[in-house]
Design a protein around this ligand. Sequence first.
Ligand code: F3S
Length: 391
Amino acid sequence: MIAIYLTKEEEKMHDGEYGWSYHVAMKVLVGLGDLFGATRLIPIQSVHISGVSYKHMGDASIDFLQAIADNNGRTQVFSTLNPSSFDPNHLVKKFPKEYLENQKRIVNLYKKIGASPTLTCTPYYLNPPSKGQHMAWAESSAVIYANSILGAWTNREGGPSALAAALIGKTPNYGMHQKENRQPNIRVRVEAKLQNETEYGSLGIYLGKLLKDKIPVFEGLPRQCSRDDLKHLGAGLASSGMTTKFCHGKLPEEEKLETMLIESQDIEEAVGSLCTTTEQPNLVYIGCPHCSLKEIRKVAMLLKGKKVQKDVKLWVCTSRVVREKAKNDVHQIEKAGGHVLCDTCAVVTWIQKLGVQAMMTNSAKTAHYAPTLNNVDVTLAPLTQCIKACV
Ligand code: F3S
């Protein structure tokens, strides 16, 4: 029996009167709502869908998307897509033809369903959600950024539940859609002086494992820490744990919360534990999560008057929209021998097929995933060192 309240219209969709696609989507939303104690479905402003890369999704996803499209499933709200497995303008000849064909089919099917082919994990740079806006986003790094930095309200959706929410234009009202679940429940006192984005990201990876799904409030982070640093912190937290939101600032002392202390040694150990090699990299990778305009600018500045060595590739990944806005900086990076890629990232493509064995990155999230998902060794270092290593 269904516990969640459904309107007459929703009941009809659930019973299949609007066709198979909406029936399946309602089943997913109602199932989730019942599981997590939601009382009803609420309208959402946008959806971000993960499960786009053919490398991670495989053939079964194509059949499922084909069935949704053939049964007239169409998105009801603005819906964006996570990165795919390749940039059509870069190195495509190195991949088997069938991989490329299948990836194109996935993106085309999403387009047919009505999703916008943004192919980025930073949809908030394209269309920043406003404070208090309800959404259904997948991609853990985007979810935590939206909840913590932009003040939007979203659960951490999986690929299927985000797609279901896109088809219905609604989501069940549980978890992060309820005010009482958005309060911090652990205090993290940071005594270490964080120096760069790599240390912010590593703190995230270190804490994510310990906090699981708790909401930390950070005390002691510099007031002027940038959104990019916080982006790396959030991406780390959400990769090694299930955190969907963090707060930043000081709570009144009398607010009784469990407290954790972070010292310099914790950060040093966290960075060290994410490095699996000290060997010279053959890929330097910047852009996890996809670069902001400021981050691209910084890369261009560091490359000024320099040349990337012949035996190292430099990849800077971003969205098409940011690439277009950063035209001059992109030109500077390419003049130095680097590549600015869109639609993909080093984790969701087949970097081993490109001959990469050792990668250097400033992203703790990539360092956390690449040794297992890409089977490559990783050195984690801040942007300035990454650029030094490749010129
Ligand atoms: Fe984005 Fe790829 Fe990192 S999807 S968050 S750049 S692993």
